[in-house]
Design a protein around this ligand. Structure first.
Ligand code: PLP
Length: 388
């Protein structure tokens, strides 16, 4: 089927909630993707921080192949080994408490919100401007962006948005606060690293007022910043983290992980999902987590993050580079959406514009030095035709 035919089918049958670029991908391997005409692309976006081990990582593929032919689904009425092993591994890699599985990032945040509300009934949830926590009603209510929220009012009550500043947080958190929910590095709003000092203050005020501190690590977790979890580099340990995206190695799974103290708040009947923690996605996630939790790989993420940062800073029209590890954004003095489009269609490099002047790069954690040089050359090509 041609691209024009696919677009015709989309126009006829698909609710138009996505804006797609005119490319059909048919195959992926490592950092590379191929379109239907056989053209090769460098993928520095990873399906928005999902295929973080590269496309079709052999260990993930093998785990899925092995599981998919034996057992795909039985529901949470019964035991399957991959989910139990994954929960144990996830807990050991992070907060040491318990795990709730779901199918996406938004659902992981829903679970965190429900847990926090059950722990402190009627309590407020405090979130930061610039955050993105998902599109379901609870997660959307926690995402203080007028354009995303306004068409869907009324939202879930009890969410308060603040500027991510210590003094504002100290003034607002009190006995009525159930949770403070934060992305340690805000991804969708353009890779904004929340200051360590702000996170420390969040920890302090949550402790003072018996509120939960929840970190949304859906985009910044799973090795993206050079440690398995982003919080490890901040000096602050939250009460719970949410994970999804790269957790499944390319398949859809989400998880809420708590410290031991919050591991028993949700009880039978409080929450659930038919597909949650199914054996195929859990086997994929276990393989992805084991592959990611390697000092060798994480060291390389930190080194390659530093070299990509330096390379980006040298490019024309780049006025600033920010981020941590391989979660990076550059601020341009030309149109980022135009650069993104040229990079994709002329240079066959996949990056993404998060705003009019902001370009986001989320290459695979397995990216090589040569691929970084190649991507920088392609980006330089798309920037040099930009004119300021
Ligand atoms: N939280 C963060 C930080 C995200 O970046 C995203 C998605 O971009 C979500 C939550 C929502 O995840 P999902 O699209 O899997 O529901």
């Amino acid at each position: 089927m041609s691209l024009a035919e696919l677009q015709e089918l989309e126009r006829g049958s698909v609710i138009p909630s996505y804006v797609r670029f005119p490319v059909e991908f048919v195959r992926g391997e490592g950092t590379r993707l191929w379109d239907a005409e056989g053209n090769e692309y460098l993928d520095f976006l990873c399906g928005i921080s999902v295929t973080s081990l590269g496309h079709c990582h052999p260990r993930v593929v093998e785990a899925v192949r092995d599981q998919v032919g034996r057992l795909m689904h039985v529901s949470n009425l019964f035991y399957t080994e991959p989910a139990m092993r994954l929960a144990t591994r996830l807990s050991e890699s992070s907060l040491g408490g318990k795990v709730y599985f779901c199918n996406s990032g938004a659902e992981a945040n829903e679970a965190a919100i429900k847990l926090a509300r059950k722990a402190k009934p009627g309590g407020d949830i405090i979130v930061a401007y610039g955050a993105f926590h998902g599109r379901t009603y609870g997660a959307l209510s926690a995402t203080p962006q007028e354009s995303k929220q306004a068409p869907f009012a009324p939202l879930v009550p009890g969410f308060k948005a603040i500027a991510p500043e210590s003094a504002v947080l100290e003034a607002l958190v009190d006995e009525r606060t159930a949770a403070v929910l934060l992305e340690p590095i805000q991804g969708e709003s353009g890779i904004n690293v929340l200051p360590d000092e702000f996170l420390r203050v969040a920890r302090k005020v949550c402790d003072e007022h018996g509120a939960m501190l929840v970190f949304d690590e859906i985009q910044c977790g799973m090795g993206r910043t050079g440690t398995v979890w982003a919080y490890e580099q901040t000096g602050t340990v939250p009460d719970a983290i949410t994970s999804a995206k790269a957790l499944g190695g390319g398949l859809p799974i989400g998880a809420l992980v708590t410290v031991p103290a919050f591991g028993e708040v949700l009880q039978p009947g409080d929450h659930g999902s038919t597909f949650a923690g199914g054996p195929v996605v859990a086997a994929a996630a276990l393989a992805a987590l084991e592959e990611t939790d390697s000092e060798d790989l994480l060291n390389r993420v930190r080194k390659r993050g530093a070299s990509l940062t330096e390379g980006l800073a040298r490019l024309p029209h780049v006025v600033a580079v920010r981020g941590r590890g391989l979660m990076l954004a550059c601020e341009l003095d030309v149109s980022a959406p135009a650069v993104m489009r040229r990079a994709l269609l002329d240079e066959r490099l996949i990056v993404n514009a998060t705003g009019p002047a902001t370009l986001r790069l989320l290459p695979p954690l397995t990216v090589s030095d040569e691929e970084i040089e190649d991507a920088l050359a392609r980006l330089a090509g798309s920037l040099s035709t930009s004119g300021s």
